[in-house]
Design a binder for this molecule. Structure first.
Ligand SMILES: Cc1cc2nc3c(=O)[nH]c(=O)nc-3n(C[C@H](O)[C@H](O)[C@H](O)COP(=O)(O)OP(=O)(O)OC[C@H]3O[C@@H](n4cnc5c(N)ncnc54)[C@H](O)[C@@H]3O)c2cc1C
Length: 453
């Protein structure tokens, strides 16, 4: 926002700690991915930036109360829910969403009580074939000693060290050339010590040389497989294709015992080599024994309470705030000024809530820069912003100070960037003692306690 002279940015975060999915989503054995935090640290050093941690917008502070004090509000609150399969048995014990499981091993306070009993069985099924699914498979299969020095939680290390899981199947609705995971993630799984990959029959007749680059590389990797053979290895994994989940089946004690799938076939007009090939259900079913199933079919954003007070629509089907391609929030019932028809003055979005729950950090940062650029562009073009109905055309300019008393009266303790840095230091120091990068606090209470010592 340095393109607007003297613009002050208040960043509200519902947790005491920043970084969203970079901290709570990105796998602990991918520390290099988290280097983007350095870029965020740089931005936070600006005297024009304020971090307001531990304050949940729409709950601890109402949007209608924020509005008079800001010229613009940008929503980039990610995707806090996940898509369900909508099949019988989804609530069975042993069935988890990837979001819960990933949040659990990464220390997200909300999921620290998950307690997956990975010692109660040896077969796991992961439903979905994206990178998050492969993250889940890799964490289940990686020897626990390889994770000890990462920032995975101590609780997760303990549970994983007792895990009996030795067979992971990653199941997709479409075929091997329609997967959405990437080469790097497959390669990592192929290189885990003493973990074998079961070859994919469907690839036998496919000549990788005839495929586009990305598909070719994935196909070559899958055809090559691992050096360890399934019969000799401690653990193994495999990919199952053209299977759509039909039901989760339970034992009498409501523990998952198997997952039934409806077999899929390529649609009559589909080209099975095309990444967009569609499939249709057949009458055949198949059942995989499993003690654990991880649903990894996508995250989902939801609306924040109070959107209607500001006239903000929400597309529940796509799970996004409707916006023009640049991040201006649009609605069919507005159309002010000389902007794209329907832009709600002063309201913008970025990240997963802008374009849906896909894309990596680099693409998320790129579209955040675009959203910031259009705010600057609009500001410099003198178009209406929030509070343009007021006689002076402007907000009070108070920002956080305009709502602070109200938030604090609710007993909410707002945190500054300096507060976060103290929590950060405490986590690093705890980690150092255990030979880890950091040892995360698993609850908001523990994080806040650091500030009282
Ligand atoms: C499991 C997983 C692994 C991933 N691994 C990689 C990887 O290895 N490499 C890579 O490049 N990308 C990876 N990604 C993608 C990357 O994490 C996302 O592209 C990126 O984090 C999305 O950014 P965002 O700001 O939209 O959402 P988020 O990162 O989720 O940030 C949203 C923030 O808003 C906060 N928030 C939510 N609601 C409120 C509210 N009401 N008030 C205040 N604050 C609120 C949340 O607490 C959160 O901090 C991964 C994603 C997942 C799910």
């Amino acid at each position: 926002m340095n393109k607007v002279q003297d613009a002050v940015v208040d960043m509200y975060e519902q947790l005491p700690v920043p970084y969203g999915l970079v901290r709570f989503g990105v796998a602990p054995d991918h520390p290099e991915v988290k280097n983007c935090q350095d870029t965020f640290e740089e931005a936070a050093k600006s005297p024009l930036f304020n971090y307001i941690g531990n304050v949940r917008v729409g709950y601890d502070v109402e949007l209608a109360k924020m509005k008079p004090h800001y010229d613009a509000i940008l929503f980039s609150y990610g995707a806090s829910e996940d898509k369900k399969l909508g099949i019988p048995g989804e609530e069975t014990k042993g069935v988890y969403s990837a979001r819960e499981f990933v949040g659990w091993y990464n220390g997200l306070p909300q999921f620290q009580h998950l307690a997956p009993d990975l010692a109660s069985g040896d077969k796991a099924v992961v439903i979905g074939q994206g990178n998050v699914a492969l993250d889940v498979a890799r964490i289940l299969l990686t020897p626990v000693d390889k994770l000890r020095h990462t920032d995975i939680t101590e609780q997760a290390l303990q549970t994983l060290s007792q895990s009996r899981v030795k067979d992971v199947k990653v199941v997709g609705r479409r075929g091997p050339l329609q997967v959405s995971f990437t080469v790097k993630e497959v390669r990592e799984l192929m290189h885990i010590e003493d973990v074998a990959f079961r070859p994919v029959d469907l690839l036998a007749d496919i000549n990788p040389k005839k495929l586009p680059r990305v598909q070719r590389r994935i196909t070559e990797l899958l055809k090559k497989g691992t050096e360890s053979l399934p019969q000799g290895a401690q653990r193994s994994w495999g990919l199952e294709f053209l299977q759509s989940p039909k039901s989760m089946n339970a034992t009498e004690s409501n523990q998952l015992s198997s997952v039934t799938f409806t077999k899929q076939a390529y649609a009559p007009d589909a080209d099975s080599l095309s990444p967009t090939a569609s499939v249709v259900s057949t009458n055949e079913t198949s059942t995989l024994p499993a003690s654990f199933a991880f649903r990894s079919v996508g995250y989902k954003s939801v609306a924040i309470p109070g959107f209607s007070d500001l006239g903000i629509p929400f597309d529940t089907k796509l799970g996004i705030i409707p916006n023009d391609p640049y991040g201006r929030i649009i609605t069919s019932s507005a159309g002010p000024g000389n902007l794209t028809a329907g832009h709600l003055p002063g309201l913008y979005c970025a990240g997963w809530v802008k374009r849906g729950p896909t894309g990596v950090i680099a693409s998320t940062m790129a579209d955040a820069f675009t959203s910031a650029d259009v705010i600057a562009e609009d500001w410099n073009a003198n178009v209406p912003f929030l509070n343009s109905e007021r006689s002076d055309n402007r907000s009070t300019g108070l920002g956080w100070e305009g709502v602070r008393a109200d938030v604090e009266a609710k007993g909410v303790r707002a945190l500054s960037w300096e507060d976060w840095k103290r929590i950060d230091l405490a986590e690093r120091q705890r980690g150092e003692k255990k030979g880890k990068l950091r040892d995360k606090f698993g609850s908001v209470e523990e994080m806040l306690q650091v500030l009282d010592t």
